[in-house]
Design a protein around this ligand. Structure first.
Ligand code: XUL
Ligand code: CO
Length: 438
């Protein structure tokens, strides 16, 4: 028995169901464009918001009932948390989880203790994984919570902090590997600055590059076959994070020769904070060949904070899912609910409702995208818009047949005077709107 045991396994009951504890849209075996919904989404529950956190904010302490947080973070408490988490995963029917080292393990005050406590909880997690069949989407190190990391981890002015971070990453990457994790994530929690005045930006970027090279080298050394992912975010907690968005990360990877080794974990609300659309980040990652995984949540349109709310509006996500379906899916990635309950949501059932609605929202987005693709209208209109590039003249330009001067010559000789054509934005938008699945 755990605090989550009151609710029975969540089942698909269809759109007519009025049961709060049932999926209305997420029918995991439903086949969409040749793949099951469960295979498109690879649903993941995160450890940190749902089990390690307690609802505290800047103005007040924990509010959520999480019995393992009532006292110190002992091994017993860590064990109870693990058991409750796996009970929840199993009842939700979600196939994956994701965690930071410190989310799961008991308190450790030295690196030696850290190693021991991590291995102890790893053994329990491994047992629960084999009992339940729940798999690990990704592991990561928390390199931002402890005061030693207040000026960054790999970008810290002090190389001893860099070394400490290296030790922590080595340990959790090996744990992730032993647990069969499918990815390893690096979110640059404090890899950035609060003021440029005290910051050697050039040196910090070089150290960050060195760190990432070491991570990739170790991945190959231990034979980890998962994908290394960087999670972009523009700011918060620092004023400026070096991994501000997908394009910036790509430039950083290229500079360090790692664009074939590392991909991105795109978070919905991190895109919003960067003043970008989520679908822009997804499309950019596919275009650059670095699409990895997704952290699913939403922000509040007015607060400008990283509110990490559960999603409930499928249309917000359906354009991104159009890209995902057109590109064949997420590979080793998945949809991780990096989302948390509101502080007043203190009923245990609130965690179920939040995830169920989030999952149905993702399923609706996939079904809307499927409907747009099957209708073929959008793809046809888009192809027509670019049809000129399929003509011999278009192909010659794209393939580099002309220099600038030669092309200028051709343009003058042909007396080119191309007619403007409508971009049909409203028509494209109406196709997406009309294909929403309610
Ligand atoms: C913070 C955030 C993290 C990462 C993992 O904004 O998204 O939880 O996903 O470190
Ligand atoms: Co995240």
């Amino acid at each position: 028995m755990s605090i989550f045991s009151e609710v029975g396994p969540i089942k698909y009951e269809g759109p007519e169901s009025t049961n709060d504890f049932a999926y209305k849209v997420y029918d995991k075996d439903r086949v969409v464009l040749g793949k099951k919904l469960s295979e498109w989404l690879r649903l993941t529950v995160c450890y940190w918001h749902s089990f390690a956190a307690g609802g505290m904010d800047m103005f007040g302490g924990d509010t959520w009932p999480r019995p393992w947080k009532d006292g110190p973070n002992t091994q017993e408490a860590a064990n109870a948390k693990t058991d409750a988490a796996f009970d929840f995963f199993q009842r939700m029917g979600t196939p994956y989880f994701a965690f930071h080292d410190v989310d799961a393990m008991a308190q450790a005050d030295t690196l030696e203790e850290h190693d021991r406590a991590l291995k102890t909880i790893e053994a329990r997690i491994a047992k629960r994984m084999s009992e339940t069949g729940v798999k690990l989407l990704w592991g990561t190190a928390n390199l931002f919570g402890h005061p030693r990391f207040m000026a960054g981890a790999s970008t810290n002015p002090n190389p001893e902090v860099f070394a400490y971070a290296a030790a922590q990453v080595k340990m959790i990457m090996e744990t992730t590997h032993r647990l069969g994790g499918e990815n390893y994530v690096l979110w640059g929690g404090r890899e950035g600055y609060d003021t440029l005045l005290n910051t050697d930006l050039k040196a910090e970027l070089a150290h960050f590059g060195r760190f990432l090279n070491m991570v990739v080298e170790h991945k190959h050394k231990i034979g980890f076959k998962g994908t290394i992912l960087i999670e972009p975010k523009p700011f918060e907690p620092t004023k400026h994070q070096y991994d501000r968005d997908v394009s910036t990360v790509f430039g950083f990877l290229q500079k360090n020769g790692l664009e074939k080794e590392v991909k991105v974990n795109i978070e919905v609300n991190h895109a919003t904070l960067a003043n970008l659309d989520f679908e822009h980040e997804v499309a950019t990652a596919y275009a650059l060949g670095i699409m990895g995984s997704l952290d699913i949540n939403r922000g509040d349109p007015r607060s400008g904070w990283d509110t990490d709310q559960f999603p409930n509006n499928a249309q917000d996500l359906s354009v991104a899912f159009l890209s995902i379906l057109e590109n064949g899916g997420l590979g080793t990635g998945g949809c991780n609910f990096d989302a948390k309950l509101r502080r007043q949501s203190i009923d245990i059932n609130d965690l179920y409702i939040a995830h169920i609605t989030g999952i149905d929202t993702l399923a609706r987005a996939v079904l809307s995208a499927e409907s747009v693709i099957k209708q073929k209208k959008l793809a046809t209109l888009k192809a027509a818009r670019y049809a000129g590039w399929e003509t011999p003249f278009g192909k010659e330009i794209a393939e580099g047949k002309y220099t600038l001067a030669q092309l200028a010559d051709v343009a003058v000789k042909k007396g080119l005077d191309p007619e403007p054509v409508s971009g049909k934005q409203e028509l494209f938008e109406s196709i997406v709107a009309q294909n929403q699945k309610v």
